[in-house]
Design a protein around this ligand. Structure first.
Ligand code: ZN
Length: 365
């Protein structure tokens, strides 16, 4: 059976050939943007390493115990290390620390999370990796989002990378190789995953039984990230929320300051809306708006790149013809600044009010 993934065929070929030729490396680092398929590819590789009945060398049967349990991350010879998640096999109680924090505007919040992969997690992993595989051929350690590791944890892992135990494979994921210590990266085979071409993602979605129209929309929205496209396919509410948020933006462009401030007031935390919820909602709003502004920028400057909102093409073209290119660039920058401010724990409502002042005003709407 093939590896059942959308895209990244070169990486699948490379890994399955190494396995077929008994040239498996000790450690791999999968890099690339969120939801591009790093974790899925690492899990498929773990599956191929331990499949009990591969139809051909480097392939997976899809039916044996390893093939069924590895995707759920419950296989005894697969050890997952990540922030805040406990691997019961590693007997970690909890490594997620909630810090009672104060924001810049003085409000208290409960959900300010300070979390890192801890050195303790690496030490527990090392103890497990020192043992022979329990039931598979390989013990596989999956270290997710490893840029979130503390420097002590990263240093502890170096020892394992330098003195590899036989029948152990380490699989790390990170957004980029630059986000990790060079000493770690140099001991791994780096597998850089990139966003897929839109046509490839669209074909992959159709092959999974998603209708042509929907696959076209989702592949546009997901900007080459299969994980995101599949998530949207599963959660139609998310698509409805996106449509409503884009509607909000189109309508705000025709509104005066008072009406815009009323909109910003929705981002005031209350008893029913925790600051955490408000913040999440603001980030979703701003990311959606940013994707639209970027598409309008593509239209205004006549670039050939494909946009992220193919279903709103005619609205965006109308907007592009009503607006000065400088205003589009300003809107992109203002939205980015607001997003950054919110990521840095500024007062959400205040940040949104500032954005409301920076958004262009179109009088013909
Ligand atoms: Zn199998």
């Amino acid at each position: 059976m093939a590896w059942d993934m959308i895209g990244h065929q070169w990486a699948i070929n490379l890994l399955s050939q190494q396995l077929a030729n008994r040239k498996v490396r000790h450690a791999y680092l999968f890099t690339g943007p969120d939801a591009v398929g790093k974790r899925t590819l690492a899990l498929r590789f773990a599956q191929a390493l331990n499949c009990e009945a591969p139809p051909a060398p480097g392939e997976t049967c899809g039916e044996c115990r390893a093939c069924r349990m590895i995707p759920t991350m419950k296989y005894p010879d697969l050890h997952v290390v990540e922030v805040g998640k406990l691997d019961s096999k590693l007997e970690i109680k909890s490594d997620l620390h909630i810090v009672k924090g104060k924001y810049r505007d003085g409000t208290q919040d409960i959900n300010r999370v300070s979390s890192k992969v801890k050195v303790k997690q690496i030490r527990l992993l090392q103890r497990k990796l020192a043992l022979a595989p329990y039931e598979g051929r390989w013990r596989v350690a999956l270290l997710l989002r490893f840029w979130e590791a503390s420097s002590n944890a990263a240093n502890a892992l170096l020892k394992t990378l330098e003195e590899p135990a036989p029948q152990v494979v380490l699989l790390l994921t990170a957004r980029s190789a630059e986000s990790l210590f060079p000493t770690i990266v140099s001991r791994c085979e780096v597998i850089p995953l990139r966003a897929l071409a839109r046509a490839e993602l669209e074909a992959g979605l159709v092959a999974r039984g998603i209708s042509d129209d929907r696959a076209n929309l989702l592949s546009g929205l997901a900007a080459g990230r299969p994980g995101w496209a599949l998530q949207l396919a599963k959660d139609p509410e998310q698509l409805e929320r996106r449509a409503a948020l884009l509607e909000d933006l189109f309508s705000l462009l025709g509104k005066n300051r008072g009406e815009r401030f009323n909109y910003a007031a929705m981002f005031k935390p209350s008893k029913r809306k925790s600051l955490h919820k408000v913040r999440e909602r603001a980030v979703e709003t701003l990311e959606t708006w940013l994707s639209l502004w970027r598409d309008v920028m593509i239209i205004v400057f006549g670039a050939r790149a494909s946009g992220q909102n193919p279903d709103r093409r005619s609205d965006m073209e109308r907007l592009a013809s009503d607006i000065d290119p400088v205003q589009v660039v300003n809107a992109v920058q203002a939205t980015r600044r607001t997003l950054q401010a919110i990521h840095q724990y500024s007062n959400v409502q205040l940040a949104m009010e500032t954005l409301m002042l920076d958004l262009p005003r179109l009088s013909n709407r």
